[in-house]
Design a protein around this ligand. Structure first.
Ligand code: SF4
Ligand code: SF4
Length: 388
């Protein structure tokens, strides 16, 4: 059987996505998915899925992080493989989109220039003409009722007039198979929503409503982080692409609609400095290698994938490289209790004997839960014993 290049690339790409998921699925399920998907692709049955990625109140940090994804890599998109293989196309992204401006095709009779109308793509997405569509939002969405006679944020235009971002989002979302909020701003409002929040910035699920469901029956999927690491993004996309194709059940989500396979653990539960927390040794300045609780680390109250999936190719974990966790994946970021960033969380006041008794009773489940104060008190009493 002759295998066309297009089919080969498509097979390799989807296999890479499935293998990525092998870290969260048993091997036999992965092999079953791989066989099913390969069969469909060789028979040419599947339809392309269109990604439309728009920004509102954003710094584009999540797009930059996306460029650093390696497992799988965004290079597959930039090299045209997603588009050319016909399975997944990146139809719109304001900085990465291939369909933007003028495309020059070199032919035997000279160059042919073809104009692409990016605004037309946005209009089609808003009116349901792009299907099936994965809608990705980056940045917060403002409350335009606070904008007076102007507006805060727009996406596309109609008859030369800008369309307000919240209006565009509300219309486009109803046609999307899945809606993904990338980064803390799109998920929860993030920095634009920090007190006093003059623009009324919000996350996508507060614009569409927590009970919103996409065409595939999914709520807004949140991938928070400031920025969300590229691999957190591509792993979620890989899962959702297979969900939209009915090859995988929807990812389990937590109460803030974050995928549990990424956001299950707190930073503290897997922190490399945890041993120092357990033994009650705390850094008092940044050059020291001990637990940074006293320097303001919010790791004990923040759920984040960073300790399992660091920022780039296994490298880059905030607390292990000397920075306190400032809680950037948390819905409350950047306000209290995550800020002031360099101020320690209030220490619990549980007496040491009670804390030790509870920890012994529920050991493995809450093994790390002997409180900060109890740990420190225990260590200090030992130091006193030795000095006597
Ligand atoms: S408090 Fe912060 S630095 Fe200390 S162990 Fe927990 S996460 Fe790591
Ligand atoms: S460890 Fe804290 S500051 Fe670092 S990415 Fe995770 S939530 Fe953000």
């Amino acid at each position: 059987m002759k295998l066309k290049r297009r089919i080969f690339l498509k097979t390799a790409l989807v296999m890479a996505s499935i293998l990525t998921l092998s870290k969260i699925l048993p091997n036999d399920k992965v092999l079953e998915l791989a066989a099913e998907e390969a069969k469909k692709m060789l028979q040419g049955e599947e339809e392309p899925i269109h990604i439309v990625w728009v920004h509102s109140q954003s710094c584009s940090g999540d797009s930059v992080a996306l460029l650093n994804a390696t497992d799988p890599s965004i290079l597959d998109v930039l090299l045209g493989q997603f588009k050319n293989i016909g399975e997944v196309t990146l139809d719109f992204h304001q900085t990465l989109s291939p369909q933007w401006g003028v495309d020059v095709v070199r032919g035997e009779k000279g160059d042919i220039a073809k104009e692409w109308d990016a605004v037309e793509i946005l209009e089609k997405a808003k009116s349901g003409e792009i299907s099936p569509m994965l809608l990705v939002l980056e940045g917060a969405f403002p409350d335009e009722s606070k904008a007076g006679e102007g507006y805060w944020s727009s996406i596309g235009s109609l008859n030369g007039e800008p369309i307000k971002a919240t209006e565009w989002l509300t219309e486009a979302a109803q046609y999307a198979e899945a809606v993904v909020a990338v980064g803390t701003c799109a998920a929860f409002g993030g920095i634009p929503a920090g007190a006093p929040n003059p623009t009324g910035a919000r996350g996508v699920y507060d614009v569409l409503g927590r009970d919103f469901r996409s065409k595939a029956g999914l709520p807004v999927i949140n991938i928070p982080g400031c920025p969300a690491a590229g691999d957190w993004q591509t792993k979620t996309f890989a899962h959702l692409l297979l969900t939209v194709k009915n090859l995988l059940p929807a990812p389990e989500l937590d109460e803030y609609f974050r995928p549990v396979f990424l956001y299950r653990n707190t930073v503290h539960e897997r922190c490399g400095r945890g041993i120092w927390y357990s033994s009650g040794k705390f850094s008092s300045e940044y050059s020291q290698p001990y637990c940074m609780y006293e320097l303001g680390c919010k790791g004990p109250i923040v759920h984040c994938p960073i300790t399992a999936i660091p920022f780039i190719e296994g490298v880059g974990i905030c607390t292990e490289y000397g920075s306190v966790c400032i809680g950037c994946t948390d819905p409350r970021f950047p306000d209290s209790p995550l800020s002031p960033f360099l101020k320690a969380l209030p220490a619990p006041t549980m007496p040491i004997d009670l804390a030790a008794g509870i920890a012994a009773a529920i050991g493995a489940v809450l093994g790390a839960s002997i409180t900060y104060k109890a740990r420190k008190a225990k260590k200090e009493s030992k130091v006193e014993e030795v000095s006597e």
